[in-house]
Design a protein around this ligand. Structure first.
Ligand code: ATP
Length: 264
């Protein structure tokens, strides 16, 4: 359902600042796959998600979503197919709008939007239904401005906004990294519930090796813009952090883990 072939992204080509962030990525993602993505700082993880989202066009290579070649599609044209949650809770929602206005915008993602922020009564019912699955009481605060919410509440709302329309692909870019451990755990629980309930095809970047091992059905490791490990099925089920470290070491002859990857 998502295929990246020979994906290359070079920033600032032919200059002293040239960076080869993606160096020939080949990945075939099946419908319903939940892939965790790890790799050290600068490995190309965010660039990879940005390439799928269409934040920029690949330098070379192709991206196909549901048999449609989207390689040259700009971000707004891909938006109808994608849901996305960023690390920063401030990025996913609009502070000055209310919870229901934010959700109404999310409902129209990928469609032409009018100028007003009118919320239909039947949509309110839908919003309450989705919000109540969070167990945070937000279903009773539809007309509160999002600026009043805590980081965790905002990230939970962003999860609902990103998934309410059942996108073809859900992109999670370290979406719990800015939260305290307890709130982060809550958001991860919500993630697992929503992804499994709606069978969403998901790519989740994390710095945390334990999360990468314990969540999803497939794990890939990026290193210097290349996929160097791709582990799924039974192989992934029995995986331990030590195994990952050993496999990386045997491939690259160096250590990959930072304290953050091991202990966060
Ligand atoms: N817009 C940009 N312009 C120039 N270089 C960029 C740009 N975006 C990313 N890069 C470079 O591309 C490389 C990959 O960056 P990327 O942010 O994808 O890594 P990452 O694996 O997400 O790292 P981290 O874990 O630190 O967030 C890095 O060398 C980075 O400096």
């Amino acid at each position: 359902m998502l295929t990246i072939q020979k994906g290359v992204k070079t920033f600032n080509p032919n200059s002293v600042n040239e960076v080869q962030a993606l160096r020939g990525i080949d990945l075939q993602v099946d419908k319903g796959d939940f892939i965790t993505i790890i790799g050290s700082n600068g490995a190309g993880k965010s660039t990879f998600l940005n390439a799928i989202a269409g934040s920029f066009i690949l330098t070379s290579g192709t991206i196909t979503i549901n048999t449609q070649d989207v390689t040259s599609w700009p971000e707004h044209k891909r938006a109808g197919n994608l849901g996305r949650v960023f690390q920063d809770p401030l990025l996913g929602t609009c502070t000055s709008l209310t919870i229901e206005q934010n959700l109404a915008l999310a409902l129209k993602r990928g469609q032409r939007r009018g100028l007003g922020f009118g919320v239909r009564t039947k949509d309110k019912v839908l919003f309450k239904e989705h919000l109540s699955t969070l167990g945070l009481g937000l279903e009773n605060r539809l007309t509160d401005r999002v600026g009043l919410l805590s980081g965790g509440q905002r990230q939970a709302l962003t999860m609902i906004m990103a998934t309410m329309t059942r996108p073809d692909i859900l992109l999670l870019d370290e979406h719990t990294a800015a939260l305290d451990p307890k709130t982060g755990k809550k958001i991860l629980d919500i993630t697992e519930t929503v992804v499994h309930r709606d069978e969403l095809t998901t790519l989740m970047v994390t710095h945390n090796m334990n999360q990468a091992i314990n969540m999803g059905n497939r794990l890939i490791m990026l290193h210097q813009g290349e996929i160097i490990l791709d582990i799924s099925g039974e192989d992934k089920k029995g995986l331990k952090v030590e195994d990952l470290l050993a496999r990386f070491y045997s491939l690259r002859g160096e250590s990959v883990a930072t304290d953050r990857m091991l202990f966060s």
